[in-house]
Write a protein of this length. Structure first.
Length: 244
């Protein structure tokens, strides 16, 4: 079994990293190029870049910004937001992404996941699931997708997803801990790795998440103090958590 991963996440809007609480009240959290470079240098296992306004604004991901971030990284790089076609995915891979994440477009047309997996390989396809109360929401959390997170995770895996990025909207940005009940239910329902997202406030929260998921996404806990990544890794090792 691969060792757990720590994955900083850059939620990007208007070319800047942003962070809010439960997807609301987004505030500026820094420059994505500089933050991405810092996390790469400080030992992050991977980096996730999500263009959180792309779908709502009806546009593609900011490919040139992805290219600039990628040029500063020495770690695997996942990019999502506005990916609607195989061509969109190819453009992101050409810009330096190693994996693409799909969310709303996959909910609208699950065959997209199969198409991406057939073209890129399942290892390069991440299905991002945003959930409130166990129910999937699309379009940056604004729309009820009418299905449960567990059922959609199973369908996404069957369609070819190589990984599930599961965000609890209820916990997002609260720093009160991950939604362990939701994460455990989804992880138990699929055989592909699950990345837990939403709610990290301290090392104990991250350790709990890594007890049920294969990776932990980190945002608020890091952006205000980027040097926290190295400290967090040491704290987790002190708790007996084996990391990459």
């Amino acid at each position: 079994m691969p060792l757990p991963r720590l994955i900083p996440c850059l939620d990007v809007a208007e070319g800047r990293v942003v962070k809010g609480v439960r997807f609301q009240g987004l505030r500026d959290a820094g420059d994505p190029v500089e933050l991405g470079a810092h996390y790469s240098d400080e030992g992050a296992d991977e980096l996730v870049f999500l263009d959180v306004r792309a779908t709502v604004d009806g546009r593609r991901t900011l490919v040139e910004l992805v290219r600039r971030v990628s040029a500063r990284l020495a770690i695997p790089f996942t990019v999502g937001g506005g990916v609607r076609t195989v061509d969109d995915a190819h453009n992101l891979l050409a810009a330096g992404a190693d994996k693409v994440a799909v969310n709303s477009a996959a909910l609208e047309r699950p065959a997209l996941v199969t198409e991406l997996a057939a073209e890129l390989g399942s290892q390069a396809v991440v299905v991002a699931i945003d959930s409130a109360g166990g129910v999937v929401r699309s379009r940056a959390g604004t729309t009820d997708a009418g299905r449960s997170a567990v059922a959609w995770a199973r369908e996404a895996e069957a369609s070819g997803a190589g990984e599930i990025l599961l965000t609890s909207i209820d916990a997002d940005g609260t720093r009160a801990g991950y939604d362990l009940e939701l994460t455990s239910a989804v992880a138990a329902a699929v055989d592909v790795p699950v990345i837990a997202s939403g709610g990290a406030g301290n090392a104990a929260h991250v350790a709990e998440a890594l007890g049920v998921a294969q990776a932990a996404l980190l945002a608020s806990i890091l952006h205000e103090d980027p040097a926290r990544l190295g400290v967090l890794r040491a704290e987790l090792r002190d708790r007996g958590v084996e990391l990459r």
